[in-house]
Design a protein around this ligand. Structure first.
Ligand SMILES: Nc1ncnc2c1ncn2[C@@H]1O[C@H](COP(=O)(O)OP(=O)(O)OP(=O)(O)O)[C@@H](O)[C@H]1O
Ligand SMILES: [Mg+2]
Length: 232
């Protein structure tokens, strides 16, 4: 397994937010983390990244215990994230935002930029535009592109299609499939279960900070709870 959470619990102060979460992602997989508002998806991601400290359990990445590492150390191990809300630097250009994603001393910056411009051709015409003036869809593309610049072993996407028009979501998800085909392992957090399951191999459903259901794409699509609560 590339990433493994063994019974991870996290609290904000005295309030327990994640309760014995077990989750794994194998190399080459696309795994989705489903759940409604406040279920704990972003908290799970922040815990993996060391932005929130777990108080119990174990987090293994690439065979190493990363549970006590600082965020920058976790990122150096090869995890990168397109965070909730995108968090671009609005006054910097698209190109500058991408360069922030580069790992230190990375020499193939031009190649990496070419790769993301191939994935998201519209960005090529916007390289010198301030990120804050981009459309919502374009900003979502820059957030993923920035995360790809460090050639992560694991790419984490926290609600990447949030706020996008349905037609754009479709195109966006096709690009996520393409990123996976090119060899990047993906953990995808989504409220939009239908769309996320379509592109995923497996998934987990979080409810009130605990894993409520898990399984292959097929198993989750046939699961009564998932159908009722998340697939409409
Ligand atoms: N820093 C914090 N301090 C206290 N409580 C927090 C903090 N951050 C998040 N929470 C709470 O933890 C719970 C889980 O939040 P989280 O952001 O992980 O949910 P989520 O599944 O990502 O939801 P959404 O789909 O709305 O982004 C929520 O009830 C939230 O209010
Ligand atoms: Mg969230």
């Amino acid at each position: 397994m590339l990433l493994q959470l063994n019974s991870v619990s996290t609290s904000y102060g005295k309030i327990k937010m994640l309760d014995k979460v077990c989750l794994s992602v194998d190399t080459g997989e696309v795994v989705c983390l489903l759940g409604s508002n406040g279920a704990g998806k972003s908290t799970t991601i922040k815990t993996i990244l060391g932005m929130v400290k777990s108080n119990n359990g174990q987090i293994l990445f690439d065979g190493q215990d990363i549970g006590k590492m600082k965020t920058y150390e976790v990122i150096r191990k090869g995890i990168s994230v397109a965070p909730e809300g995108r968090r671009l630097f609005p006054r910097m250009t698209v190109e500058q935002n991408l360069e922030i994603g580069l790992a230190a001393n990375q020499e193939d910056s031009a190649e990496l930029k070419d790769r993301v411009y191939q994935l998201f051709p519209v960005l090529k015409d916007r390289v010198n535009q301030a990120a804050g003036t981009l459309s919502g869809g374009e900003q979502a593309m820059v957030a993923i592109s920035r995360a790809l610049m460090q050639k992560p072993k694991l790419l984490i996407l926290d609600e990447p299609s949030f706020g996008l028009a349905p037609l754009l979501v479709e195109a966006f998800y096709n690009t996520i499939i393409e990123i996976s085909r090119q060899g990047t392992t993906i953990l995808l957090s989504e409220q939009n279960a239908g769309k996320a399951l379509e592109v995923s191999d497996r998934g987990y459903v979080l409810q009130k900070g605990a894993i409520y259901a898990s399984g292959t794409k097929q198993e989750l699509m046939e699961n009564d709870l998932v159908r009722k609560c998340y697939l409409g």
